[in-house]
Write a protein that binds this ligand. Structure first.
Ligand SMILES: [Zn+2]
Length: 454
């Protein structure tokens, strides 16, 4: 479904400037961008008064785990996409470590069909690599709704793992599109897990899954990308050392991302918030956080993502080290980054670059990521004046909690719009959660990806 919509008098965050004006969406696409305004409502158009609000392109989260199929108690494509919409995210890319894993054409087609039926935002899916499924990887190349290949080089949640050189070479040599790697070195990881197994204090997590684990794998994946001229995207950069190394060794085939939580938390938050912020690779140290910000600003890091990976509080309640790794975040990432912007960490236009243009560019998403005529009518209108404290009860994710509980956020979306249809709204003085406006499956499509490089 697509819609006709007019936003009036908003501060529009355009590619090169922020200017007050009007924006019209016709039949789901951005038809006119009018700095200084003057657009008059047409019959049948849904009109939004954007006075005092900032109008952004719909944000894109290219790294989520919506747990469907297999773990509906944690998330589904419907609940995850409603959470996304509540946070101003209009497109998501979902990871393959499900039950069963999405590792062949049949499982990928099933996920695309399920999303068509139940998601309310645009969607794309990674196919998971195993040590012997190159033919399956090839079978979905270039398919609408398929954004790339995910390779877990180190063990994390689920059983997907490819760490032997010959298997990695096979994948890099015989596939196209984008390979996205979870870069932690499996051999070092296993020997460290043995060494640190007796520790029950949560600080042990970052000591065990150390920077060297991550750096080794990042270097190895980069070498493969360069040897085979293959596009590589290194997911969730966590350490200053990796980011610094990439700054001078990135090369034309390689892109990378950082999670909101690694820009927000450090060892002190791990101590304070405990297993809620346990994830792989870990939240590290103040100096890592500061270097990640620096490398994001200098362009070494291409985009900001969430790695939304919900687990129930019940599953988390067993404590460290048994608690599962991962935290929700898809509905808080845009407000959180806009809060950083309003606190002086960066500019509002940087947030748009990192959460809208950046992911669209990395994955070659057609017609996404900027407020320009002809692009899809995916928008979010955010309020940068009000601040509200978030609690677990304010969340849309199925697991009902947020790692940011107790934090004061600004930049909450008052409207999220997909293809010209309002999918989520809240009011300045109303409840934090706001309301979902569409039925399951009513909005959102399988994303199309342009092939970039080999
Ligand atoms: Zn992930």
């Amino acid at each position: 479904m697509t819609g006709d919509l007019l936003v009036q008098n908003a501060m529009m965050v355009l590619p090169n400037r922020i200017v007050e004006g009007d924006l019209r969406v016709s039949n789901g696409s951005i038809k006119s961008v009018a700095p200084n305004g003057g657009l008059v409502p047409l019959p049948g158009e849904f009109v939004i008064d954007g006075t005092g609000l900032h109008l952004l392109p719909g944000a894109i989260d290219p790294h989520v785990h919506f747990r469907e199929p297999g773990q509906p108690e944690k998330e589904t494509l419907e609940s995850g996409s409603r959470a996304a919409a509540a946070g101003g995210i209009t497109s998501f890319l979902d990871m393959p470590n499900n039950i069963p894993n999405a590792i062949n054409r049949t499982t990928i087609e099933a996920k695309i069909a399920a999303a068509k039926k139940s998601a309310v935002t645009h969607h794309g899916f990674f196919i998971g690599a195993t040590k012997n499924n190159v033919k399956d990887l090839q079978s979905v190349e270039g398919m609408d709704g398929v954004c790339g290949i995910k390779v877990f080089m180190g063990s994390s949640t689920g059983d997907l793992l490819v760490h032997e050189q010959k298997h990695l070479e096979d994948i890099f040599a015989n596939t196209g599109g984008i390979i996205a790697t979870h870069a932690e070195d499996e051999n070092r990881l296993q020997s460290r897990i043995e060494q640190f197994g007796h520790r029950t204090d949560i600080a042990a997590h970052a000591e065990c899954r150390d920077v060297e684990c991550a750096l080794l794998a990042t270097k190895r994946a980069s070498a493969l990308a360069n040897d085979y001229n293959h596009r590589l995207h290194i997911v969730h950069m966590t350490s200053g050392d990796e980011a610094d190394w990439l700054a001078s060794n990135k090369g034309e085939f390689i892109t990378t991302e950082v999670c909101t939580q690694h820009l927000t938390f450090d060892q002190n938050d791990v101590e304070e918030r405990g297993v809620r912020v346990l994830m792989n690779p870990p939240i590290r140290y103040t100096e890592d956080k500061e270097t990640l910000w620096k490398r994001l600003k200098d362009g070494t890091i291409d985009c900001v993502v969430t790695d939304h990976a919900p687990h129930t509080l019940e599953a988390k309640s067993v404590g460290f080290p048994k608690a599962p790794a991962g935290m929700p975040g898809v509905e808080t990432s845009l407000p959180l980054m806009l809060t950083h912007a309003m606190d002086g960490k960066c500019e509002v236009s940087d947030v748009v670059k990192w959460m809208c243009n950046g992911p669209a560019k990395v994955y070659g998403m057609e017609n996404k990521g900027s407020l320009i005529e002809g692009n899809d009518g995916d928008l979010t209108l955010v309020d940068l004046e009000t601040r509200k404290t978030i609690t677990d009860a304010d969340t849309w994710t199925r697991v009902g909690w947020t790692p940011y509980a107790g934090m004061e956020l600004t930049g909450l979306p008052l409207w999220t719009i997909v293809d010209g249809i309002p999918v989520h709204s809240r009011s300045k003085d109303g409840p934090f959660k706001g309301k979902s406006l569409v039925k399951q499956g009513e909005t959102g499509r399988a994303l199309k990806f342009k092939r970039i490089g080999n």
